[in-house]
Design a protein around this ligand. Structure first.
Ligand SMILES: Cc1ncc(COP(=O)(O)O)c(C=O)c1O
Length: 395
């Protein structure tokens, strides 16, 4: 039987990249003690109890039915309020669409902004799903390399050079996964000028906006003249440890919301209402308990970042790329004489530490491994000891 062309555009991506991750899980399932730092979440940490309780109450209250296609009005209002708090940009609840995670919001947005044959500019390194998301609808992803020596911050001049008559969208991710880069205001301003000059959309994936350590989060949508051409993507997954609940959103304008609603009619048909109620409880947080948990978690991530940076900054053969934000640390392993895949594979075999290979995130990340800060401090310290020992064994 035949399948559509789209299957080739979304399939087979990053198979090698995920191999180490898969092998780490297999080892763990076989009973070995593996430290898995390849994931984008802390598996030992669950959703805050007050959020879980809100979902239970919603289930008991009969919130079992179809819900408004792009989210309940109350949750949209809460997302608009969160967006204002994070970005300083005032948006109406009608400008917000609740989707099945940031991933679904990204996919839906790109499907509505780019046609087959259009080009989407993406700084490289990029989040591993971006190639599939860009290509699914037939558009192509045009990458702009970011220099590791410049902390992986994108150079707007390189974006300018990549713009053609087919460019429709610039897809940004600051704070960035995998690099932890925050794009400085001047960089965002320069990109904003390009978007306005060439009449382009900007999609700004800001799922790590809470996880900033060295400088504040800046939303490109809040810059002058950018609200009308920016779609900001957000999520409950990271800041509220709700990855499995699948709640994210896009914030843009009521026109795009209506378009997304049409798409949602045939593709999603709304998010489970009890899940939306739980997200609403998290964002409105009447007792302050959830906010306290979030603040503690973010402080802990900062300490984890500092701990890993301290442990791995002076290891022969390794160059640590200090992340200004996010949940990950990139380490350049080329000085050990190994490529990132071999380093990661042997690290797993010899020291039982699972990390992602940089290649999963684009050519500019090659030669690096990505460590998730997704374990308790003592576990991360143990992982760093093992990484150091392994790197020294290569010397
Ligand atoms: C940069 C980035 N965007 C989007 C997502 C997807 O988030 P969600 O769980 O809300 O779909 C992730 C998840 O790791 C991510 O790292």
């Amino acid at each position: 039987m035949r399948y559509s062309e789209m299957v080739n555009r979304v399939g087979g991506m990053g198979d090698d990249a995920w191999e180490i991750h898969r092998r780490a899980w297999e080892k763990e399932a076989a009973g070995e003690s593996v430290i898995i730092l390849s994931a984008g979440e802390e598996r030992a940490a669950t959703t805050p109890p007050a959020i879980v309780e809100a979902a239970k109450q919603a289930l008991d209250a009969g919130r079992h039915h179809y819900s408004p296609l792009t989210g309940s009005p109350a949750l949209k209002a809460a997302v608009a309020a969160r967006h204002f708090k994070l970005t300083g940009q005032t948006v109406s609840p009608e400008s917000c669409c609740i989707m099945a995670g940031a991933q679904n919001a990204l996919y839906s947005t790109l499907l509505c902004l780019a046609d087959a044959g259009d080009e989407i500019i993406v700084p490289d390194p990029y989040y591993a799903t971006y190639p599939g998301v860009c290509r699914a609808g037939g558009a192509s992803m045009v990458t702009v390399p970011c220099d590791p020596e410049a902390d992986f911050v994108v150079d707007p001049q390189k974006i300018a050079a990549a713009i053609t008559s087919k460019t429709r969208v610039i897809l940004l991710n600051s704070p960035n996964n995998p690099t932890g880069a925050i794009y400085p205001k001047a960089v965002l301003e320069a990109i904003a000028e390009l978007a306005k000059k060439h009449d382009l959309w900007v999609i700004s994936d800001e799922v790590y906006a809470d996880f900033v350590y060295d400088s504040p989060h800046i939303a490109i949508g809040s810059l002058p003249g950018m609200a009308e051409r920016t779609v900001t993507i957000g999520s409950m997954s990271k800041a509220y440890r709700m990855s499995g609940w699948r709640v994210g959103w896009l914030v843009s304008n009521p026109t795009l919301s209506a378009i997304i609603s049409d798409l949602a009619t045939c593709m999603l048909y709304g998010i489970a209402p009890f899940v939306q109620d739980a997200a609403l409880a998290a964002l409105t947080d009447e007792t302050g308990e959830i906010e306290a948990d979030r603040v503690n978690m973010l402080a802990d991530y900062r300490t984890r970042r500092d701990l890993v940076c301290e442990h791995l900054s002076n290891v022969p053969g390794l160059v640590l790329r200090h992340p200004a934000a996010g949940m990950f640390v990139m380490v350049d392993v080329r000085g050990t004489g190994l490529d990132d895949f071999t380093f990661a594979a042997r690290l797993l075999d010899e020291e039982n530490v699972g990390v992602m290979t940089g290649a999963a995130f684009g050519p500019s990340a090659e030669g690096h491994i990505r460590l998730g800060l997704v374990a308790k401090q003592e576990v991360l310290a143990d992982a760093c000891t093992r990484i150091r020992r392994f790197a020294l064994s290569l010397g």
